[in-house]
Every structure is written in structure tokens, then in C-alpha cells.
Design a protein. Structure first.
Length: 375
């Protein structure tokens, strides 16, 4: 039954006007605007950040008995949020390793990537693969990975649970682990070697190795928990669910708002896709703790293999300048300050249900298209 729906959508699309795209800068134009030293990777600096995040996590664990003794459940919940933030910082260090911006040595990137990601149960190599496709095809309707772009037809063909799951606030804690990485919705399981994410034997072997690294860390945590499932869940897995939540919020807010555009194959190109990324400042020092993955994401998207996290903020004004001629258009540099990041995320999950065509090959969230029409 899906075929007639798709044909109807395609016909609808053919009648739509084509958007005239202003001249966009090339990647080289943007690169030339950025100071040369921003592209320098320093293995020692990257390792320093890895150790720093381990130490902060260790500090949080050391402080936990005191926090629980004096502040009880409220203290424990605050501790979970802190673990989520610092766990995400550790994820960002491994994220650089996955992109090769950690150092110039692949073996060191792979080693430190696993050291950063396995303790937080993120399978390094499989995630590296799916995440790369998110960067190579940002805002491409079908090829972008990480967050599924939902069209009106997709939405209508969904079950009630699929339609409204993301609107339930609690879903945020589960979307990364277990839904995305273990169950494999929508890109395929990152733990199962024969999932649709993998095509080659090398991919599958890497999946097993990264999965075993995670299993080893989970087992060590179980031993440290005194072989108590309750303690393991309370002090290891639940903090990881908070880390997953923070990661989901970061990723979601970087690529969603009422006005961002998503492109079909004929309209998509790399620069056009990247300009739909949004830098968001979370405030309260969180951007610094999380290595500017929040407020330096546009720079990261343009040069994901080249600029390490500690140079993102320096590269950002240059990118802003390179996109300056596009001011007033959909392709301008986009940034926001969102101290209300958690509520913004919840609100968007209620509001941004599906994408609809605004022009030939160009989609936008329904609420955005409707707001433009009523202007
Ligand atoms: Zn992104
Ligand atoms: Zn990335």
C-alpha cells in the first residue's frame, strides 16, 4: 500500500516551484577563512582531555556516598545529571577519535576511541561508521544517519506508538541506549554483526571487537558493584541512560527547528546540507565541560575530520564570516542561546512531527511551512 502513496507524493512534488539557491561558498572558501592552526591535531592535548574527563568522572563517583548521605534521592538525581554531562564530555573525546581529529595516528585514535567509548557502552567502530554518514550527508532526506527524517507519508504509515513515542518525555532516556545502539532503530543495531549497518566482514569483525570492549567494561562495573545487579543498574546503567539523554538532546537540537530544510537527492549538496546545522549555547559552563560540541557544531560539521574539539570555538567566527553574504537567507550561519535546552528539546518533540515539501526537493517541518503560509 505504500507505493501509491509515494507516487502521489512524487506527483505533488512535481507541481511545486523550485527554490533559487544563492551562490554558496565552496568548502575550500570556508576552509581558507579559518586560521591554519585550527586544523592542527595535537595527540597530547587530546589525551589530556581524555584523562581530564576520567578524573572528573572518578571525582563524581568519590563524591557520591557523601551526596547520597546528605541529600538523599534529590542528590542522587542531581548526580545522575552531572554524570550525564561529564559522560557526554567523554563521548565527545571519543567522537574526535572516531573522526580522526584526535590525532594523526589511526591506531591511537582507535585505541583512545575505545577507551573513551567502551566504558559508556558506546560501540566505537560501529558508531564511527553510522556517524560518518551523518556528516557526509547532513540534511539529506534518505542518506543522513543518526536521526530519522520523517515525511508526511512516513508519519501516516506509522503505528500509534511510533508516531507518539518521541513525544513522551521519558523516551529521551532510552533513545540512544538501548533503542539506537542495541535495538538498532532506525539505522541497524550497532552491536549485532549481521545488522543492516554492516556490509563487509571487516565491519562485522569491528562490531564484535567494539561490542566485546563494551561487554568487558560492563562486567568490570558489575564486579565493582559487588556482583549486585541493583547496584550495577543504579550506579552504572542509570547514569549511562542520562548520558544517552544528553547526547540525544545535543544531536536533536543541532539539527532541528521549525525552519531547517531537508533535501532530496537532486537538491542536496554538502554545503547546503551543512548550513542547516545550528550552534546552540547551553550556558552554565556546560559548553566548555562538553568540549563545545554544542556551540561549535557548525565548524565541526564542515571539517569533521580536520578540526579537533579544542579549536572549534576559534574556527566558528571565521565560518560565520564566510557565510556572511548569505545573511537573511536560509543558508546563513545559525546560532541560538538556549539555557532552556531541556525544555526546548521537549517542546520540539511535541511540535516537530513530520516534514512536508515546501518546494521541489526541499522539505521543512510542517509547523514551519504552515507558519510561512499564514504570513
Ligand atoms: Zn551533527
Ligand atoms: Zn561528528
Amino acid at each position: 500500500m505504500t507505493i501509491p502513496t509515494k507516487v502521489t507524493a512524487a506527483k505533488k512534488d512535481q507541481n511545486l516551484p523550485k527554490i533559487e539557491v544563492p551562490k554558496l561558498p565552496s568548502v575550500t572558501d570556508v576552509k581558507n577563512a579559518i586560521p591554519e592552526h585550527c586544523f592542527e591535531k595535537n595527540a597530547l592535548t587530546s589525551i589530556r582531555y581524555l584523562i581530564q574527563d576520567y578524573l572528573i568522572l572518578a571525582g563524581l563517583y568519590l563524591a557520591l556516598p557523601t551526596i547520597e548521605a546528605h541529600l538523599g534521592l534529590l542528590g542522587l538525581i542531581a548526580w545522575y545529571w552531572a554524570m550525564g554531562i561529564v559522560g557526554s564530555a567523554l563521548f565527545v573525546v571519543g567522537h574526535d577519535a572516531g573522526h580522526g581529529s584526535f590525532s594523526d595516528h589511526e591506531w591511537l585514535n582507535d585505541l583512545c576511541g575505545h577507551l573513551a567509548h567502551a566504558p559508556i557502552l558506546a560501540p566505537f567502530w560501529p558508531w564511527q561508521k553510522s556517524h560518518r554518514q551523518h556528516h557526509q550527508y547532513t540534511s539529506h532526506l534518505t542518506k543522513d544517519k543518526g536521526h530519522p527524517w520523517v515525511t508526511e507519508d512516513d508519519f501516516n504509515n506509522r503505528t500509534v506508538v511510533e508516531k507518539y513515542f518521541s513525544m513522551i518525555p521519558l523516551s529521551g532516556w532510552l533513545r540512544w541506549n538501548p533503542i539506537y545502539t542495541v535495538v538498532g532503530l532506525p539505522d541497524g543495531s550497532h552491536f549485532w554483526p549481521w545488522s543492516k549497518l554492516f556490509e563487509t566482514t571487516e565491519d562485522r569483525v569491528k562490531c564484535v571487537v567494539s561490542g566485546l570492549a563494551c561487554a568487558f567494561c560492563a562486567y568490570v562495573a558489575f564486579v565493582i558493584s559487588g556482583y549486585s545487579v541493583w547496584n550495577w543498574v543504579k550506579y552504572y546503567y542509570v547514569p549511562l541512560l542520562f548520558q544517552g539523554l544528553i547526547l540525544v538532546i545535543i544531536t536533536y537540537l543541532q539539527h532541528q527547528n521549525e525552519e531547517i530544510e531537508v533535501y532530496e537527492q537532486d537538491e542536496w549538496n554538502f554545503v547546503r546540507g551543512q548550513t542547516q546545522t545550528i550552534d546552540r549555547k547551553w550556558g552554565f559552563g556546560l559548553d566548555t565541560i562538553m568540549h563545545n560540541i554544542t556551540d561549535g557544531h557548525v565548524a565541526h560539521h564542515f571539517f569533521f575530520t580536520r578540526i579537533p574539539h579544542y579549536h572549534l570555538l576559534e574556527a566558528t567566527p571565521a565560518i560565520k564570516k564566510a557565510l556572511e553574504p548569505l545573511k537573511g537567507t536560509q543558508y546563513r550561519y545559525k546560532n541560538e542561546t538556549n539555557y532552556d535546552w531541556f525544555f526546548k528539546y521537549l517542546n520540539y518533540n511535541l511540535k516537530l512531527d513530520y516534514l512536508t515539501h515546501k518546494a521541489k526537493g526541499v522539505l521543512q517541518y510542517r509547523v514551519g511551512v504552515e507558519a510561512n503560509k499564514s504570513k
